[in-house]
Ligand binder design. Sequence first.
Ligand SMILES: NC(=O)c1ccc[n+]([C@@H]2O[C@H](COP(=O)([O-])OP(=O)(O)OC[C@H]3O[C@@H](n4cnc5c(N)ncnc54)[C@H](OP(=O)(O)O)[C@@H]3O)[C@@H](O)[C@H]2O)c1
Length: 263
Amino acid sequence: MTLPRPAKPQDGLIWITGASSGIGEALTRRLVRQGWRVAISARNAEKLNALAAEAPDQIIPAPVDITDASAVEAAVAGLEAEHGAIACAVLNAGIYITIDAANPKFEDYAKTFEVNLNGTAACLTALTPRMSARRSGQIAIVSSATAFGGMPTASAYGATKAALVNMAECLRIELHRHGVLIQCVTPGFVETPAQDDNEFPKPFMVSADTAAQRIAAGLDSKRFEITFPRRFTWMLKLIYALPRAWRIPLVRKQTGWDKPLDQ
Ligand SMILES: NC(=O)c1ccc[n+]([C@@H]2O[C@H](COP(=O)([O-])OP(=O)(O)OC[C@H]3O[C@@H](n4cnc5c(N)ncnc54)[C@H](OP(=O)(O)O)[C@@H]3O)[C@@H](O)[C@H]2O)c1
């Protein structure tokens, strides 16, 4: 049996979704410096082309909307036919829409599920048969520390990110004997455009470059979870290890959701 192992630049391409901005953009630059040929996807082709122009020999723009499963399959098939096997994929594309639970919009739930869950599933559907057939490959799914437990306004985003941790764990169990390494990334707050509209306090927020450095280091390991900044994510894990009867009032208090509504 071929045991799963971290991919190396000589094994083929690394594919990053959500590479037109934030963490994906910073990770692209870092992996280029590490010698990878990087295929980058997002919807905004102009931004992908601008990033690719920084290292035309190493960066391959592959614009695609991950919610279109047949377009994702075509993009992956095209990349592999033209540039060789995808040895590693970082499924990072995602959106964050806050939900006001007292006044929600169904479209906000649906859109979040569509991109974060169905979009990731579309990428997996294109990747895992190819990697399993080759008996090698590595996939890191980008979740969030929000996955650890409930947070106010995160009833859509948090639900998708918790589901992604479960999805990654199922795949890790199942694809081990196929030689495919599955990992899950659970960042705390990272300074990116996704945080621009988030009015929430953002303790221990790290830069996109720091996030990229931590993800790149995690990709070099076999560990399941790549989490950072640890002083924040481990503190959250401790809080969420408490019984719900304690942790729910604690999170409510810590986030200010214990204050009475204005009359
Ligand atoms: N920032 C944080 O604090 C934080 C914390 C934990 C986890 N995360 C996760 O990290 C990942 C990256 O987040 P970020 O902060 O770097 O956000 P960002 O700057 O908003 O980047 C999101 C990326 O996803 C792409 N994207 C969105 N919808 C897409 C679609 N339908 N098809 C293809 N690409 C799509 C966007 O490109 P286009 O708009 O061009 O398509 C963009 O490149 C997300 O999964 C996010 O949930 C972020």
